[in-house]
Design a protein around this ligand. Structure first.
Ligand code: BMA
Length: 332
């Protein structure tokens, strides 16, 4: 197992000034563009891995930390911690995270996947798709990425894609999610919920449903939403059902800052769809699945980490203001 030299320093936004970045390639007119070194994390970065994808990264100490979806070679779906100095080269631990949980039923880890990580107030929170008599939303916190403390599941099964807002809204923690079924759900709309304590959830509100052809089957929230003066920038995945199966692309919308269940504007076309070999070929073909974004507020730079073909982690770049312009110019 690799060790990390990181100290217990907390969330450190200063490192975002050195976040991974490449300027838009000359001639490229897309709202976001891919890192030339993709995939950032190959499927075999640790020996036990069948694949590493749909993963979450955040600033931590003098670098970055992450929670990674690792499907192992028994095809167990597990969450592994990892650290990086530059957001590109990652030391992913070979053993999965073992959550500390007060309740032995909730803490009985059967599978977990598609993590998101966010810093709120004084600690990092992890949400993921957690098995508890079906898929639901697991919630845990850590301060040091060494000990992970699991809380109650947020919702009843079936639910996936639990994504916390990075600050309290109306005095409560706030989460988007995507109620689902026990299979490869052929439907999906995005909902909003609030909680005073991350244990009891209510004030459920509907946010949005699929509208355009590229997302016609289902949609789900992606990275932690980004606060901008014009609203919460929500990057999400949308799924088209083709003759050849599901196609997962990335889209964007702006949500009201105070009442995030209100959609202000929403692009009618995707920002990025599977076209590259590491997105079209892998364990599941034609998947781009965003789970995290690094954002440097001074420059507006955004680095979106997304899973490629359920096999690798890739990175795309963009400027927040350009994505907002794209939403406005292509508003539904
Ligand atoms: C979804 C989730 C994702 C996955 C996608 C494509 O239902 O399981 O983890 O990337 O399907 O297989």
């Amino acid at each position: 197992m690799k060790t990390t030299k990181k100290s217990h320093l907390p969330y450190n936004p200063a490192v975002l000034e050195n976040m991974p970045w490449e300027e838009r390639p000359i001639g490229n007119k897309d709202p976001i563009w891919r890192f030339s070194g993709n995939p950032v994390i190959p499927r075999n970065s640790i020996p036990i891995a069948n694949s590493i994808f749909n993963s979450a990264v955040v600033p931590f100490g003098e670098g970055y930390a992450g929670v990674f979806r690792v499907d192992d070679r028994s095809r167990n779906m597990r969450l592994h911690v990892g650290f990086s100095d530059d957001g590109l080269k990652w030391d992913i631990h070979e053993t999965a995270i073992e959550f500390i949980c007060a309740d032995e039923n909730i803490g009985d880890f059967i599978y977990g996947y598609d993590p998101r990580v966010v810093y709120i107030e004084d600690r990092y929170y992890i949400t993921w798709c957690n098995y508890y008599h079906g898929a639901t939303i697991g919630v845990a916190w850590t301060k040091d990425f060494k000990s992970f403390h699991q809380k109650e599941n947020a919702f009843l099964p079936f639910n996936r894609n639990g994504v916390l807002f990075p600050e309290k809204i109306n005095g409560n923690f706030a989460m988007m999610s995507r109620p689902s079924d026990n299979g490869h759900t052929p439907f999906g709309e995005i909902f909003y919920s609030e909680s005073p304590d991350l244990a009891f959830w209510g004030k459920h509100r509907w946010i949005m449903k699929p509208e355009s052809n590229w997302e016609h089957t289902k949609i789900g929230p992606g990275p932690i939403p980004i606060k901008t003066p014009e609203g919460w920038l929500m990057i999400y995945h949308g799924v088209l059902n083709s003759c050849n199966g599901f196609v997962y692309s990335m889209g964007a919308a702006l949500l009201d800052l105070k009442e995030p269940w209100k959609v202000l504007q929403r692009a009618n076309s995707y920002m990025l769809a599977p076209t590259e070999i590491y997105e079209c070929v892998g364990d599941v073909q034609n998947v781009t699945f965003p789970c995290a974004a690094l954002h440097e507020p001074k420059t507006g730079r955004l680095g979106i980490y997304y899973g490629g073909a359920d096999t690798v982690v890739a990175l795309a770049f963009g400027y927040v203001h350009e994505i907002i312009d794209f939403i406005k110019q292509n508003n539904l």
